[in-house]
Ligand binder design. Structure first.
Ligand code: PHE
Length: 455
C-alpha cells in the first residue's frame, strides 16, 4: 500500500536487501563497544540475561510495530506518526522526539566512532614500532582536545556526505561484503581469547548470572541497550520499515535481525571478557574497555598489530551503517517535508550533531571534564538521556499507536502480508505489542526512578 505522498520513494529491491539494510543499522558500536562496556560495568551475566529478555519481550515486538507503521504509511518518521491515525496528528511527537534522539546519540556515537577510526593508523604505527597500544594511548586520545575533535568532525562529514549523496545503496553493497568479514574476524578473536590461560573466568563472568546484581538501574540499562542496539524507539526502524517490500514478512525478518544482532554482541563479549580476565584487568573498564582489550588479544597472535588494524577497519564499516541510519532520520524529514535538498539537509544535520558532539568529546578531557549535570558529564548525559529515557518512552508511545490506536485488523494485516505460518502467531505478537511490551517498559522505568519499588 502506498500513500499518495509516498509515491516515488525507494523501496528495497529484495527481501535480502531489506534484511541487510536493517542489520546494517542495528549492528554497530552498540554491539562491539557498548554491549561489552555496559556488561562489564553492570556486573556481568545477570545484565546479559536481563538484556536478552528485553530484546525478546520488548525489542522484537517494538521492531515489528515500527516496521508495520513505516510500511503502512511509507513516510519518514515524523510524517508517519503524524498521519497513521487519522485526526491524531499529535503523535508526530514520536518522530520529533526521534529527531532529538538521533542528534543526542550521534553526539557521543561519533566521538567513539572517531576513536575507532583513529585506532586504524595507530595500530599500524604501533605494529611498525614493535609495540602494543595500551591504556595510556587510549587515555591520550580520548582525553585529548584537538585530536578527538578532528576525528569526530571527519566522521560526521563522511556520514553527511554519504547521506547527502544518497549513495547509501553503494554503502550497503560494501557493508554486505564486509560485515560477514567482521563476523569471521570476531570468531578468530574469540578462538584466541578463549584459549588464553585463565579465559574460563571471563566466560563464567558472561554466562553465570548472579541475580542479586539485578537492581533497578541495571534493568534500565539493559532495556536502554536493547533499544539502542536494535535502533528502536526513535523512528529509524520506522523509516526503514517504509522502505520494506510488500512481500517481506515483518516478524520473521525482525526476528532474524534481532538474532544476528545478538550473536554479534555475544561474539564481541567472548573476545573481550576472557582476555580481560586472562590479563588480570578489570571488567568495569568503562568506555575504554574495547580499545584497551582488543590490542591485547591480538598481541598474542602473529602479525597481531595488523589484525588489530583490520579489526578497527571492519568496526568502522559497521559504524558507518549505523551512523547513516541515524542521520537519515532528520535528513529524510528535512528533505521530504521541508523540501530541502539532501546536501543541505545533511550539512545542517551534521552541524547540529557536531555542535553537541563537541560537548560530549570535550567532556572526556580537561576542557569540560569538570562540568557535571545531574552527576554526569555531557558524554554520559547524552547517552543516558537518549538510551535510558527517550528511546524507552518512544517505545511506549509506539506500542500505544500500534497496539491501541491503529485498528487491530490493520496492524495484524500488515504482519500477515506474505506470511503463511499459523494465524494465531501474528495475533499473539500484536497482543504483546499492546500489553506486555509497554507495561514492561513502564515498570522498568518507574522502578529505576524509584517510583515503583521492585528491585
Ligand atoms: N543500533 C546502532 C548500534 O548498535 C546504533 C543506533 C541507535 C542506530 C539508534 C540507529 C538508531 O550501533
Amino acid at each position: 500500500m502506498r500513500s499518495p505522498q509516498g509515491q516515488g520513494r525507494d523501496i528495497f529491491a529484495t527481501g535480502i536487501g531489506a534484511f541487510t539494510a536493517t542489520v546494517g543499522s542495528a549492528i554497530g558500536l552498540g554491539n562491539i563497544w557498548k554491549f561489552p562496556y555496559l556488561t562489564g560495568s553492570n556486573g556481568g551475566a545477570a545484565f546479559v540475561l536481563a538484556y536478552l529478555a528485553c530484546v525478546a519481550l520488548v525489542g522484537l515486538p517494538i521492531m515489528v510495530a515500527e516496521h508495520a507503521i513505516g510500511r503502512r504509511t511509507r513516510l519518514n518518521a515524523v510524517q508517519a506518526y503524524g498521519s497513521i491515525i487519522p485526526g491524531k496528528r499529535a503523535w508526530s511527537v514520536i518522530g520529533w522526539a526521534g529527531l532529538l534522539s538521533a542528534v543526542l546519540i550521534m553526539a557521543f556515537y561519533t566521538d567513539v566512532a572517531g576513536w575507532v577510526f583513529a585506532y586504524v593508523p595507530k595500530s599500524i604505527a604501533a605494529f611498525a614500532r614493535g609495540s602494543v597500544l595500551g591504556p595510556a594511548d587510549f587515555g591520550a586520545l580520548a582525553g585529548g582536545t584537538w585530536e578527538p575533535i578532528l576525528w569526530q568532525a571527519g566522521v560526521i562529514a563522511l556520514t553527511a556526505a554519504i547521506v547527502a549523496a544518497g549513495v547509501s545503496k553503494g554503502i550497503e553493497r560494501v557493508t554486505k561484503v564486509l560485515m560477514p568479514l567482521l563476523f569471521v574476524l570476531l570468531v578468530v578473536c574469540d578462538v584466541r581469547a578463549l584459549t588464553l590461560p585463565g579465559a574460563g573466568a571471563g566466560v563464567a563472568y558472561l554466562f553465570t548470572p548472579d541475580l542479586t546484581k539485578l537492581t533497578g538501574p541495571v534493568l534500565l540499562s539493559a532495556l536502554g541497550l536493547a533499544f539502542f542496539k536494535l535502533s528502536l524507539g526513535m523512528g529509524t526502524m520506522t523509516t526503514y520499515g517504509s522502505y520494506l517490500p510488500a512481500a517481506t514478512r515483518i516478524a520473521p525478518n525482525a526476528a532474524r535481525v534481532a538474532l544476528a544482532d545478538t550473536a554479534v554482541s555475544i561474539l564481541a563479549g567472548l573476545a573481550i571478557f576472557p582476555t580481560v580476565f586472562a590479563f588480570g584487568g578489570a571488567p568495569a573498564g568503562g568506555p575504554g574497555l574495547l580499545f584497551n582489550t582488543i590490542p591485547l588479544v591480538f598481541s598474542k597472535m602473529p602479525l597481531g598489530g595488523l589484525f588489530t588494524a583490520l579489526f578497527f577497519v571492519l568496526t568502522a564499516v559497521a559504524t558507518i551503517g549505523a551512523m547513516v541510519s541515524l542521520m537519515e532520520v532528520p535528513v529524510a524529514w528535512l528533505s521530504e517535508k521541508a523540501k530541502m535538498s539532501r546536501p543541505r539537509a545533511g550539512a545542517l544535520t551534521g552541524a547540529a550533531m557536531l555542535a553537541l558532539g563537541l560537548l560530549a568529546t570535550l567532556s572526556q578531557g580537561p576542557v569540560l571534564g569538570g562540568v557535571k549535570i545531574l552527576g554526569k558529564n555531557f558524554f554520559d548525559l547524552f547517552d543516558y538521556a537518549s538510551s535510558n529515557l527517550l528511546l524507552p518512552l518512544g517505545g511506549i508511545a509506539i506500542a500505544i499507536v500500534a497496539g491501541w490506536l491503529l485498528a487491530r485488523k490493520d496492524f495484524v494485516g500488515e504482519l500477515d502480508k506474505g506470511y503463511r505460518g499459523p494465524r494465531a502467531f501474528n495475533a499473539a505478537l500484536a497482543g504483546i505489542v499492546k500489553f506486555l511490551a509497554p507495561v514492561l517498559i513502564a515498570v522498568i522505568l518507574l522502578n529505576s526512578l524509584g517510583i515503583l519499588r521492585l528491585a
